[in-house]
Ligand binder design. Sequence first.
Ligand SMILES: Cc1ncc(COP(=O)(O)O)c(C=O)c1O
Length: 390
Amino acid sequence: MKQFQTSKAIQRLPDQFFATMIDKLNLYKKRGYDTLNLGQGNPDQPTPSHIVQSLQEAAEDPDFHKYPPFHGYEFLKEAVAEFYKREYDVDIDPETEVAIMPGSKTGLVELSQCFLNPGDVALVPDPGYPDYWSGIEMVGADMKSMPLREENGFLPDYAEIDEESWEKAKLMFLNYPNNPTGAMADADFFEETIQEAEKNDVCVVHDFAYGAIGFDGNKPLSFMQFEGAKNVGVEVYTMSKTYNMAGWRVAFAVGNPSVIHALEVIQDHYFCSIFGGLQKASATALLSSQQCVTELAETYEKRRDLLVRGLEEEGYHVAPCQGSFFAWLQVPEGYTSQGFADDLLEETGLFVAPGIGFGKYGEGYVRIGLNNSEESLQDAVKRFKAFKQK
Ligand SMILES: Cc1ncc(COP(=O)(O)O)c(C=O)c1O
């Protein structure tokens, strides 16, 4: 069959490291291994029933069978503004400061397309969520990694960024609670970020995917809570994790009106917003009782306690897991992250995500998902116990 040549933009896309890893896991499954997958980031619980019911009702409404407004329904933007006021005491103008997106993955790629040209620099956390890289590569911009080290609480040290990178930098991606390290950011860090962004004219994109999942009584801070944040960037929030709606593909960005406008312009070309029923159910999620969210965070915290305690009893070091649904485990001496993950899979059938897949500074760690039942996590601890280190 004829092989059509793809564009340079497509050729520049990074390999999907985790797709390769999943192929490997499937191979082990086929070979009859008793596998346990703790390597992926898919919420394991169903969407709360009041949200599902809202979609069911909305699906019957003929108004939603038509094309939705290009930029999304006003009622959802108003719900987002109400959510930010209620949860973070932040004023958001629903008309100019909210963009609705089909999942935050999409929005994160679009932001690079909106603001980067070849030769520009995007500052990315390392280790970090790999989808930041996709948009940057697609437009031919350069990536400058900001190392996240355990001794700095997995926060970037802005003093490490050289003058030339600051000059070329147009975008900075941040994500707290953090995937993959489980770290949270404090007020000082966000205030420093705003100062640096102002000084260097960089647009900050705070990915708040795990905004609802903070442990030990600490509610994750929204970047938007800090004075001047709206002037220097946006926050991207997904329904996927907070409401177990990963399959529904609904997210939004709030903040700087020029950034919101650019997102809406690019989306005018890609999409005609998202199905109105999904928007209605998302508004229901944001405006109804948040008891389901409290319970979700409690569930993840219980699972964290169980896993971390079990691993520490086996002599492993787990980085302080303050939020998100990931534990970041240091691999024993003598292993690379890939080597450790491979041996663990081979010997015990347990699949964890090697840190190197999240960037160079992810080396030395593996990521374990708390998005699995207590029984699975107990099973994982047993497998770690049985695992013979070399
Ligand atoms: C840090 C982070 N950002 C964004 C996303 C994407 O979420 P979604 O596309 O479901 O909104 C994920 C999903 O795993 C994530 O971990």
